[in-house]
Ligand binder design. Structure first.
Ligand code: PMT
Length: 407
């Protein structure tokens, strides 16, 4: 669990930051909040103090902080810069971005940001015309060059009643993304391709064969890879999930379409993670329109779908990493190992789809990570946490942490 600093700028979206602070604390982090004077007009320091159980910082002229033993810890903002491991500014206003981009330190928050050496994420929120203004866009470009990462804004309804590009991400999304970034930037510069969800194999206009995959596992992998700095493409079968933030998403229906999308991108990819539950077979015939109920009493003839992962294993070049899943009824390590060899994979994530709370649909999953080097047994974890454990383990694969290295 981490020591996090939440900077709050003066915008109406500051009310979301109260929820964000509370969410981060509930997830076990220590959260210290630093408000600009304008932010304190929207949400009081007492709100944050009550929600985090930690001191709240604000005025640049706050007296020095003292440790439990009476030791002087230094000026408030410098002390906070030493204390924090990562920082998120939400909302980051146009004024705040401008100050930071030009190295100004007029209040406690900007002073803290200049003094802070850890990773900083910025979640802007403002009127859409302010966001589009060249001065703001220049600040954004400059801050990106300095290494700051932006989360949003997104398009949506704004406080002014207008619709536009300037809305801050929701507290839940920011909490997830902030946590994803805590795992470091080990995938910076890597191109990661993820497959997720089921495929649907139709035999008439309204009927298909499929499976219960929700896409949660694959989407968690895509989001985790983005958090760790990768350029991520997600090829998704039909799901009800929203696109993960920062990820390029292509939605398909059939295995054949998923195969085409994966095959097209595979030569440029560093890591392929295949979490999709691809239908192994498809109906041989497709009937235009809807087959009448009385006519449905026929034997459905099937033919095999392409095995996407196996084909990519065949095409794999030196330095590319292939991670497949094995959905088994029970933890059948032998079957996972067979897949590892047959599909020329670097890792198989073996999961049990026989019970509730893991495998299909659940928010949690339990897995064995099977590689040529051995097996790592993981406990029941959230799918987000499991996604990070998979990428952690991928670092230990031959060539895993090193571009172009390996076999
Ligand atoms: O989506 P969720 O509800 O979160 O559920 C997650 C999950 C259970 C779907 C996921 O954790 C999982 O196990 N995904 C793989 C499901 C599967 O199809 O397993 P398999 O053992 O049949 O296939 C082995 C591997 O080959 C998989 O990586 C699969 O993507 C791939 N495959 C399979 C068939 C095929 N025609 N082409 C493939 O690429």
């Amino acid at each position: 669990m981490a020591r996090l600093v939440l900077g709050v700028g003066g915008g109406i979206a500051a009310f979301k930051s109260a929820h964000l602070a509370s969410l981060l604390r509930k997830r076990g982090h220590r959260v210290r909040v630093i408000l600009t004077p304008a932010a304190a007009q929207f949400v009081t320091p007492l709100t944050f103090e009550s929600l985090t159980g930690e001191p709240v910082y604000g005025d640049l002229w706050d007296p020095p902080r003292y440790g439990d033993d009476g030791e002087i810890l230094g000026e408030a903002h410098i002390h906070l810069a030493r204390w924090g491991e990562a920082a998120l500014v939400a909302p980051a206003t146009a004024d705040l971005l401008g100050q930071l981009a030009s190295g100004q330190a007029r209040d406690g928050l900007t002073t803290f940001l200049l003094a802070f050496g850890g990773p900083v994420l910025l979640a802007p929120a403002m009127h859409h015309r302010m966001w589009a203004h060249p001065a703001v866009q220049e600040s954004v470009a400059r801050l990106q060059r300095f290494g700051y990462r932006f989360l949003g804004p997104v398009a949506g309804s704004l406080a002014s009643g207008e619709e536009g590009w300037g809305r801050m991400l929701e507290a839940q999304e920011l909490a997830d993304l902030f946590e994803d970034h805590l795992h470091g930037r080990d995938l910076q510069g890597k191109r990661v391709l993820v497959t997720a969800g089921p495929t649907q194999e139709p035999f008439d206009a309204v009927r298909h064969i499929s499976n219960p995959s929700s896409g949660k596992m694959g989407y968690a992998l895509a989001q985790a890879a983005f958090g760790r700095g990768a350029q991520v493409v997600l090829i998704s079968g039909p799901t009800c999930l929203p696109d993960p933030y920062g990820v390029e998403v292509h939605r398909v229906q059939r295995a054949e379409e998923m195969y085409q999308e994966v095959a097209r991108r595979f030569p440029e990819v560093d890591i392929l993670v295949a979490a999709a539950a691809v239908a192994d077979h498809r109906p041989k015939e497709f009937h235009e329109g809807k087959i009448r109920k009385e006519d449905l009493l026929f034997q459905l003839e099937l033919e095999p779908n392409p095995d996407i992962l196996k084909e990519m294993g065949r095409r794999k070049k030196k330095g590319q990493i292939l991670i497949g899943f094995a959905a088994e009824w029970g933890m059948d390590e032998g079957s996972a190992r067979k897949k590892l060899l047959e599909k020329r994979l670097d890792m198989v994530v073996l999961n049990d789809v026989s019970g509730p709370g893991e495998g299909f649909r659940a928010d949690t999953n339990r897995a064995f990570l099977v590689t040529a080097q051995g097996v790592q047994e993981l406990p029941l974890l959230s799918k987000r946490e499991l996604a990070h454990r998979i990428f952690d383990a991928a670092k230990d694969l031959p060539g895993g942490g090193r571009p172009g290295g390996g076999r």
